[in-house]
Design a protein around this ligand. Structure first.
Ligand SMILES: O=C(CO)[C@@H](O)[C@@H](O)COP(=O)(O)O
Length: 234
């Protein structure tokens, strides 16, 4: 399906914006290939976006295109209201959710949504993943929270993501009966959070088959989180 721009087109933006769009299209296209590589998606069921630093725009994938068909040129550019600025196809059906997050969380530069199996299984049960692994303390600073049930297409999913993540250190939320949405400083960080949330959801699920896993005390969670966020990899 072809899409008509709803907002002033890319030609009306300065050179530096158009240059950044070209770079971010490459980044976002490349990162979409990480979703099947880490087995986080089937068919077309997940999306990655990244906000521009030079304009209130973001780049996201077109809707319903398989990952092996995605190219930098096929990536779609939208305003932070989710209006199409540039692209030959309709933007992802989760565009409104990504746009809402960018409007309300200025520190967020990347958003990812998948239906990865274990994280989505926890979302279907509406149960947060308890912080029982050092990797969880490092990455999520506590439990992975559950967001409300919300219908796709309008601001409801975005509102649920923002409300839930504003009260948590976690970069991942399990939207009830739907699946994980993750955030990061850029799209790569949000993809990493999507990989990590699936990994811990799987491990904690397996642990539960063996008995009840033990929670890490809060002071240890805080200490691990501080080290990982401020020292690890520096
Ligand atoms: O959640 C859903 C559908 O249930 C969507 O995120 C998923 O299928 C991906 O759709 P898009 O191809 O990004 O429009």
């Amino acid at each position: 399906m072809s899409a008509a721009p709803q907002a002033p087109g890319l030609a009306s933006y300065p050179d530096e914006v158009r240059e950044e769009v070209a770079r971010v299209r490459e980044v976002v296209a490349r990162l979409h290939a990480e979703l099947p590589r880490w087995e986080l998606v089937v068919w077309t069921a997940g999306n990655v976006s990244q906000r521009l630093t030079t304009a209130d725009l973001f780049v996201i994938k077109p809707s319903g295109v398989t990952y092996d068909e995605l190219t930098p040129e096929s990536m779609v550019v939208c305003t932070l209201d989710g209006e199409l600025v540039d692209g030959t196809r309709s933007p992802s059906s989760d565009t409104a959710a990504h746009a809402y997050v960018y409007r309300h969380m200025p520190h967020v530069g990347g958003v990812v949504h998948t239906h990865s199996t274990y994280a989505t299984a926890w979302a279907a049960r509406g149960e947060p993943v308890p912080c029982v692994l050092t990797m969880m303390a490092d990455e999520f600073g506590g439990d992975v929270p559950v967001g409300p049930f919300a219908l796709i297409g309008d601001d409801s999913i975005g509102q649920g993501i923002v409300e839930t993540l504003s009260e948590s250190r976690s970069p991942a939320v399990l939207m009830r009966n739907h699946g994980p949405f993750t955030i990061g400083a850029d799209a790569k960080a949000a993809v990493k959070a999507a990989v990590m949330v699936e990994e811990v959801a799987r491990t904690v699920h397996i642990s539960r088959q063996l008995g009840e896993p033990t929670r890490i005390p809060q002071d240890r969670v805080d200490s691990l989180y501080d080290r990982y966020q401020n020292v690890y990899g520096r």
